[in-house]
Design a binder for this molecule. Structure first.
Ligand SMILES: *[C@@H]1O[C@H](CO)[C@@H](O)[C@H](O)[C@H]1NC(C)=O
Ligand SMILES: *[C@@H]1O[C@H](CO)[C@@H](O)[C@H](O)[C@H]1NC(C)=O
Ligand SMILES: *[C@@H]1O[C@H](CO)[C@@H](O)[C@H](O)[C@H]1NC(C)=O
Length: 444
């Protein structure tokens, strides 16, 4: 894999904004010459400024540096992770809790990065990130190019009659999905991700093992998989992304095979809606709109091929310091400025609503295959939803660990999996794929 293509994210911020300049009008004729001199000087300075800032080099630098929406990233400061804390007894849950609640929360609330409140925006109406978010825009463009490139692959024509061909896998989502390729905004994530030095390459190997060209799936797939994730993505910008190039436009198979399943969309979307202070109900409607947009676009592009979605519940997130930081404006009690202590109640509420949401999709797109991946464990009731939305109960394969220690071993920053985490989650996704294929393939 091309590790040299990913760069360490530079820390410095960079601004192209000029402060406003006002000049007094010349009142006296004797001042006029000095007024024009000043004016000329100003023009020269501005010309130099513009020449520098719009030179190709400066534009490249600015592109590298411009990411202001760093809210999705864990605010866990390295400095709080001292040797002393390393030596904590991690078998004692209380120690872990106090470690996170005090040191990390204190450091996090001290961070320069502002909390980006999105609670008042419409979760379902398409909305890209601001233009100055150069890393977001450049990754979006990269993903658009990858979609185009994928579409231009000559399909394994010799296999076109081969009924054992499997659909292309398309992974849609935010930083958790982007992480499958070891990056965040196209770069190696900073230290707050708490990944080991070689984690990105380990994760790529995990991906390759489960879904890559040498995997059981990959060997028979029509086309190589696509990872279409961008850090920080929320439902509204996700919808914009797929309306603007991150959705394949072509059918994969030749006409006489066009009724076959061609692509499977593996989706995790909504985590950052909650993270931006959006309430569960709005988050649910954003997730609903995201799934429906995929189904709608699929129907437009491949009218005869059924759609297939493996939809992931929100993964548990235990980065409690961020929930605390949302207050104000988003508080448990806004009068008393009492913050929320955890994202988990909101996540639970969203996840409980999902079977009903997916049932709605199935009603409107009856030919589609829709599967829900859930962190319920096998012994929880209602394995198959009454109206036939299959629910895959992944339990620990979806991070439902009772022990904090186990959880942290798979999600070191309490929000994003590491290689070990992706490896277990892949099992859950593969069970979803088996279900989509009506158990005609054995992936585990
Ligand atoms: C918060 O910031 C101040 C000033 O930069 C620093 O002195 C202090 O140690 C920081 N506190 C934490 C908990 O990081
Ligand atoms: C992962 O990123 C590399 C570039 O670093 C790219 O070539 C590759 O296509 C990506 N993999 C997937 C599955 O999208
Ligand atoms: C919120 O805090 C205020 C002030 O402390 C208190 O009077 C009120 O009862 C609290 N509301 C709830 C719902 O707990």
């Amino acid at each position: 894999m091309a590790t040299d293509e990913v760069r360490r994210r530079p820390k410095k911020k960079f601004s192209l904004l000029l402060s406003p300049i006002t000049l007094p009008p010349p009142h006296h004729p004797q001042n006029q010459r000095s007024y024009y001199m000043k004016y000329l000087l100003l023009l020269v300075i501005m010309a130099l400024f513009l020449t520098y800032h719009f030179s190709p080099q400066a534009i490249r630098n600015a592109k590298k540096r411009n990411v202001h929406h760093k809210f999705d990233k864990p605010n866990v400061i390295q400095a709080t992770y001292t040797e002393e804390e390393d030596a904590l007894d991690y078998s004692n849950d209380e120690n872990i809790e106090s470690h996170y609640d005090t040191a990390v929360a204190a450091a996090a609330s001290n961070m320069s990065r502002p909390f980006q409140y999105i609670g008042d925006i419409d979760p379902a109406s398409p909305r890209p990130w601001p233009k100055q978010e150069a890393d977001w825009w450049s990754l979006h463009q990269t993903l658009v190019d990858r979609v185009k490139e994928s579409e231009s692959f000559s399909i394994k024509k010799r296999h076109d009659d081969d009924d054992s061909l499997l659909p292309q896998l398309i992974f849609y989502g935010d930083s958790i999905t982007e992480g499958w390729n070891g990056t965040s905004f196209g770069n190696i994530p900073g230290p707050t991700r708490m990944w080991g030095e070689d984690e990105p390459s380990k994760i790529r190997k995990v991906f390759e093992k489960h879904f890559g060209s040498s995997s059981v799936w990959g060997q028979r797939a029509i086309l190589p998989p696509l990872i279409l994730g961008i850090s920080g993505s929320r439902t509204c910008d996700f919808i914009w992304r797929i309306e603007n190039g991150e959705f394949p436009k072509s059918t994969v198979l030749s006409e006489h095979k066009s009724q076959k399943l061609q692509r499977i969309y593996i989706v995790l979307m909504g985590t950052n809606n909650l993270g931006g202070g959006m309430l569960p109900d709005a988050t649910i409607s954003g997730m609903d709109a995201s799934g429906r947009k995929i189904l709608e676009l699929h129907q437009q592009q491949c009218p005869t091929a059924p759609a297939a979605i493996v939809f992931s519940e929100l993964l548990p997130r235990k980065d409690d310091h961020r929930a605390v930081k949302m207050c104000p404006p988003r508080c448990a009690n806004v009068t008393a400025l009492e913050p929320f202590q955890s994202f988990m109640p909101a996540i639970q509420k969203v996840n409980e609503a999902l079977p009903g949401v997916l049932r709605g999709w199935k009603e409107d797109y009856p030919d589609s295959k829709i599967v829900l991946l859930s962190s319920q464990s096998e012994d929880d009731a209602n394995g198959v939803d009454s109206d036939n939305i299959p629910i895959i109960q992944c339990g620990q394969d979806m991070f439902a660990f009772d022990s904090e220690e186990e959880f942290d071993a798979h999600m070191p920053d309490r929000l994003h999996p590491n290689a070990k985490g992706y490896d277990v989650w892949a099992r859950c996704i593969k069970r979803g794929l088996e279900e989509v294929m009506d158990h005609t393939i054995n992936l585990l």
